[in-house]
Design a protein around this ligand. Structure first.
Ligand SMILES: Nc1ncnc2c1ncn2[C@@H]1O[C@H](COP(=O)(O)OP(=O)(O)OP(=O)(O)O)[C@@H](O)[C@H]1O
Ligand SMILES: O=C(CO)[C@H](O)[C@H](O)COP(=O)(O)O
Length: 408
């Protein structure tokens, strides 16, 4: 529903205003159901958010992307690659809460679903639940607000403050062209899941997750090895129960596993990464290597690609995943020279680039990001390009669709 279809007898929603919704009226706009206030309603409580604020009207619907993964599994890195594909840097809301989890760029707004924790750190401790437990999260509010943004309506979204562990006063989120909801549960609640135009799950195997967490939490956060192990163990039952099952709903899964190129490797530095792409998803055609639908195994090392031990191996082919037909592209190993990635790129099809070498250019631009020398960075970049393509296709479809009646 486009915002420009909504008018009141006294004022058009094209101007900034606030509206208080005593019920879920914003879910089905009806000019008689909304009550307008000239100023921001004071009913916005600390840590909760029933106030919906209407934004400057736009004529296009927001596209919603879901990115699910456990904590420390590369969501932020992926988001930086994705926003870079659209150009421009992603920044926290200007003049807002310095501990905001939101990142805004020209095209995208990334909100972190931790902001929908209904229990703060103390609340979770008192109740003996982890942040992964659905009981610690407000899915009704998550649904209502994502739906409102998708319909072109700004919302006052709560903020979970990771520094203090408290729920801070809400921040205004205006409808962007692309809204990314990233966090633990973007596909957990069926109502939220149904709002997603595309969904991604980062599936990091336990061994690799452990290696990444040790690297970050010991080096950057001063945690001990024992405390990291204890935290992973404590989260595991809820991770298995509530987070991991979401991968069955994802349109694309990036699965990160230990290498098979080094027998009994336990260093976790060389990775085998799979890009699992669902078939039949609207506006999304899976990437393929050489020949669509064939089963391929490819070792590109030799004259055009420098490979030191243990080398690089690609695989591609059809498969099934949770009873869905999928195409899987796999890369095991790591690049020695990123500029030579162009050789691999030139053998991939359906990568949705706008010019020859765009994948390589993006990878070189962010060579300092984690995973730039392996399949995690390569596949995250490709998924970013596929999301741009999906966005452009949806916009094009809307532009050619017959104009809807704008007033009742
Ligand atoms: N592709 C990768 N290769 C190697 N290490 C990685 C990769 N992606 C992430 N990491 C490691 O994991 C850490 C966490 O990454 P990132 O901040 O992107 O994850 P996150 O899911 O956003 O985490 P959180 O939810 O805890 O904020 C990084 O500091 C890095 O050490
Ligand atoms: O799983 C998480 C998502 O990032 C966090 O553990 C959760 O949000 C709680 O955060 P904190 O540990 O800062 O209280």
């Amino acid at each position: 529903m486009a915002v420009c279809t909504i008018h009141t007898s006294t004022q058009s929603l094209n101007s900034r205003c606030s509206l208080y919704t005593p019920t879920k009226t914003h879910l089905g706009f009806n000019q008689r159901q909304v009550v307008f206030y000239s100023k921001r309603s004071s009913s916005s409580k600390r840590g909760s958010s029933s106030v919906i604020t209407c934004s400057a009207a736009g004529d296009s619907q927001t596209i919603v992307i879901g990115l699910a993964a456990d904590s420390g599994c590369g969501k932020s890195t992926f988001m930086r690659r994705l926003t870079s594909v659209f150009g421009g840097a992603a920044e926290p809301p200007k003049g807002g809460n310095p501990d905001s989890n939101t990142l805004i760029s020209d095209t995208t707004t990334v909100i972190c679903l931790d902001d929908y924790h209904s229990l703060d750190r103390t609340g979770r401790k008192v109740n003996g639940v982890t942040a992964l437990d659905p009981r610690a999260n407000n899915f009704d509010l998550m649904y209502e607000q994502v739906k409102a943004i998708k319909d072109g309506v700004a919302v006052d979204k709560p903020i979970y403050n990771h520094v203090t562990g408290l729920l801070d006063p809400p921040e205004l989120i205006k409808p962007p062209k692309i809204l990314v909801i990233e966090g633990l549960h973007p596909m957990y609640d069926e109502r939220v899941r149904d709002l997603l135009d595309f969904s991604i799950y980062l599936d990091i195997s336990n061994e690799v997750k452990f290696a990444w967490k040790i690297q970050r939490d010991m080096a950057e956060r001063g945690h001990s090895l024992e405390s990291i192990k204890a935290s992973i163990e404590a989260r595991k039952p809820d991770f298995d129960a509530y987070i991991d099952p979401q991968k069955q709903y994802a349109d694309a899964v990036i699965e990160v596993l230990p290498t098979q190129l080094i027998p009994d490797d336990n260093e976790g530095k060389v990775l085998r990464v799979k890009l699992i792409m669902k078939e039949g998803v609207k506006h999304f055609s899976p990437v393929y290597l050489f020949d669509e639908g064939s089963t391929i195994s490819w070792i590109p090392c030799g004259r055009k690609l420098t490979c030191s031990y243990p080398g690089i191996k690609f695989a591609y082919g059809p498969d099934s995943y949770f009873d869905h037909e999928v195409s899987v592209l796999e890369m095991d190993g790591q690049f020695d020279r990123l500029d030579e990635l162009i050789y691999v790129e030139s053998h991939l099809s359906n990568i949705s680039t706008k010019f020859y070498g765009e994948v390589t250019q993006q990878m070189l631009k962010h060579a300092d990001f984690p995973g730039s020398n392996n399949g995690t960075g390569l596949f995250q970049t490709i998924v970013g390009l596929k999301i741009r393509d999906l966005f452009e296709q949806i916009i094009a479809t809307k532009e050619t669709a017959p104009v809807e009646a704008t007033q009742a």
